[in-house]
Design a protein around this ligand. Structure first.
Ligand code: GLA
Length: 357
């Protein structure tokens, strides 16, 4: 049965939230829920075929509803993933003031009640052995002070080639800004931290930030910095170096400029976890990739009694660059009235077999 639906819990209003499980022919499963259009769990085999969850999350809906425990686990982030300085932007000569929900200075991840905190509609489908869930949400004009009635569709498909495809579409009836991502935290071994995971990022440059984690506007070559992941390097290998950028991020919390042409699906990152052999590949049409090394996780009680402390998971958030409205040379985040916004990201799950001899 490639697609299962069950009750996951209830919102305080009494509305039911559903858990949807996609399964492919290799036994890989992806669990999704309509609250936040979120990924709840992903089970993949290690090199010996043992299945385990490779994400951080909670056993029940209550964990996701608790702001003390839930740091955007698995959700779709919008309308604007990451930060906008001062929560302000100007569009067609009009100044919009969004919530400054990060320390009273930045707009973060869509505001007080972003796409992670709303209930999405959904429809399930199966074709050619691949099961998918299509989430949709109508964000009304003025919601979180963004302009335009915005209809967003996010479709997750699990293929028999062990790829989880995420296809984002959106349309607004007024000019607006938009930056969507998925905020899944991964840990491919279940170890206490992800610092031993070997990471490759297909990026020759990144966008440095100031102490408020807002891009300065500079596009800096990674060459000779702890941000050079062009060859596989453990996430923890340089994370404690006395580097100003690592200090501003409290670790890695930075946007990388993915090589190649935005709009075309291309490699963004490969993660290899040596003890399990698990591999995660990320491909996207987006221009940027936020590497977040779980710096602000503070030990929340997660799934199966696990504590999610600092660096217990990492996120690879495919996106447009943070604070783009203030940096005209960054790829534009403006969505014109009536135009179709499209974006694709794929997470591909694999294993590397140990070398003998
Ligand atoms: C993003 C941000 C981080 C942090 C997390 C959520 O990755 O860049 O600074 O806010 O989301 O905790």
């Amino acid at each position: 049965m490639p697609l299962q639906q069950q009750l996951f819990g209830q919102l305080p209003s009494g509305t039911a939230v559903h858990l949807l499980t996609l399964t492919n022919s290799h036994g890989v499963t992806v669990q999704l829920m309509n609250y936040g259009a979120a990924i709840v769990a992903i089970h993949t085999p290690d090199r010996d075929g043992r299945m385990a969850d490779i994400t951080l999350g909670f056993d029940s809906l209550s964990g996701y509803l608790d702001p003390e425990r839930n740091s955007y686990f698995g959700c779709v982030v919008g309308r604007y993933a990451n930060r906008i300085a001062g929560g302000q932007f100007v569009l067609n000569g009009v100044t919009y003031q969004l919530a400054v929900n990060e320390g009273g200075i930045n707009h973060l991840h869509g505001g007080q009640r972003g796409f992670d905190k709303v209930l999405w509609d959904y429809a399930v489908a199966e074709a050619d052995g691949a099961a998918s869930v299509a989430f949709s949400y109508l964000s009304p004009d003025g919601e979180e002070h963004y302009p335009g009635n915005l209809r967003v569709d996010v479709t997750y498909t699990l293929t028999d080639t062990n790829a989880l495809r995420i296809y984002y579409r959106a349309r607004s009836d007024k000019d607006t800004i938009l930056n969507l991502t998925n905020h899944t935290y991964f840990n491919l071994s279940g170890a206490e931290t992800i610092l031993d995971h070997e990471l490759l990022i297909n990026a020759d440059a990144f966008t440095p930030v100031n102490s408020a984690r807002i891009p300065t506007g500079e596009v800096r070559p990674v060459e000779g910095t702890p941000f050079d992941f062009r060859r596989p390097t453990p996430i923890g290998a340089r994370i404690h170096q006395p580097d100003e950028q690592l200090q501003h991020g409290h670790g890695y919390d930075h946007n990388f400029v993915i090589n190649g042409t935005p709009g075309t699906l291309r490699l963004a990152a490969i993660v290899h976890e040596p003890s399990s052999g698990r591999i995660l590949e990320v491909h996207t049409t987006e221009p940027g990739l936020q590497l977040y090394s779980g710096n602000f996780l503070r030990g929340a009680l997660g799934r199966a009694g696990r504590r999610y402390g600092r660096h217990s998971g990492f996120c690879l958030e495919t996106q447009h660059f943070p604070d783009s409205p203030h940096h005209p040379h960054f790829p534009s985040v403006v969505l014109k009235a009536g135009e179709l916004f499209e974006s694709r990201t794929e997470f591909i799950f694999g294993v590397q077999h140990a070398h003998h001899g």
